[in-house]
Design a protein around this ligand. Sequence first.
Ligand code: G6P
Length: 469
Amino acid sequence: MSRLIVVSNRVSAPKDPAAGSVGGLAMALSSALRKYDGLWFGWSGETVEKFVPEAKIEDRSGVTVALVDLEPQDVDEYYNGYANKTLWPLFHHRVDLTAYERSYGEGYERTNARFAEVLAPLIQPDDVIWIHDYHMIPLARDLRRRGVTNRIGFFLHTPWPARQLLVTLPHHRRLVESMFSYDLIGFHTREWLDLFRDYIASEPEVRGRLLPNDAVEAFGRVVQTGVFPIGIDVDGFLKARNSAFGRRTYDRMAASAAFRTMIVGVDRLDYSKGLEQRLLGYEQFLNDNPDMRGDVFLLQVTPISRDEVNTYQDIRSRLEGLAGRINGEFADMDWQPIRYLNRTYRRDQLAGIYRAAKVGLVTPLRDGMNLVAKEYVAAQDAEDPGVLVLSRFAGAAEQMGEALLVNPFSREELSDAIKRALTMPLAERKRKWECLMEVVRDTDVSIWRDDFVASLRATNRPADGSGNA
Ligand code: G6P
């Protein structure tokens, strides 16, 4: 069996899988890689004054990682810049927050070329390469330029944007053309794939062709595309939930709720997660249901994220103001409506927290998939499960139609959904939970990984290996 080389900007292989924290991609990849003989390549998270084109190879509890240090300018222009100030907001439909600086695009190209320079010599002839996410879209093109002819797949963990928004990117054509150096491109949902296909077929600067079985042709090349919905490591998560620490956290939360009903939200502090709208929806619920005040509280766990980026600093201070205002307005001497926390919890603790919450609020404005939705469901007790309130605009909604689907932009809809979740009869909760749990099991991370890798291995490579250079 050939090796698998996984490539992502962030490499995080925790020693103890139960100790992992939020951040869907890293968790999914570390559990996936533990099973393969392979290598995980990416940025070390460190900077050096002068770039050295050589990886530091380490063993992290059974996973071999190869890490590259970047120069501060790379981090500014590639990670904080093009990845997180340009592509992330654009791919989440926030053109208003998108930065179109030329230097970011140049830093992105330069850094990806650096990754290719370090990665190419580590690749053996039979290796299969799997590149992840928006940080590294052009990497296959840069590897091909260095003569790499192996199969290379790409998976996007974010939404793909509508064509009308993508074309605001000055080099949209160049970015998409670079994707035709892959053998397989995967998305979480049919919706994101259809938007990609729409760009290929309708963009006047491309005029590609849609071929049978989701292959697409453009720029003189054919690439296979597909839908691969990611999931959680169900057994690993249930083990964490049932561990001593998971159970202790559950007991602690149940005791601290003190006969009140807990509603939970767990999200990186990101404007795409709809946190302001969620708090406003919860405020609306408190206004609409004065009789229920004092009986419920919202635990919002929100680890700080990408805090060097101005838009993240802005959302952070707006949320602090909002949580403070709602608490100031509604709290009583023995009750606080929102517990707002900027910290990270281990996976086993999170499982205990989810289990103690009767309502899970997962209401992003736009999200590639959202694994919190799946973790919340997996953590529930079959005999008395909580209710998932899920945004229609999360990729997860494509599979999890049994959740209470909401429009996260409407505070009235959020208020109604919270009330409905809190008052839902046990029989309905059980029926919904059983359907959702089946989805969680059917999309286990091992199925996602095996489907993608098998589909990548099954793609046709041009005989001379040069076709996608
Ligand atoms: C999202 C992205 C991942 C990223 C994660 C955490 O899930 O799809 O690629 O790793 O957020 O963001 P960070 O910038 O901290 O890596």
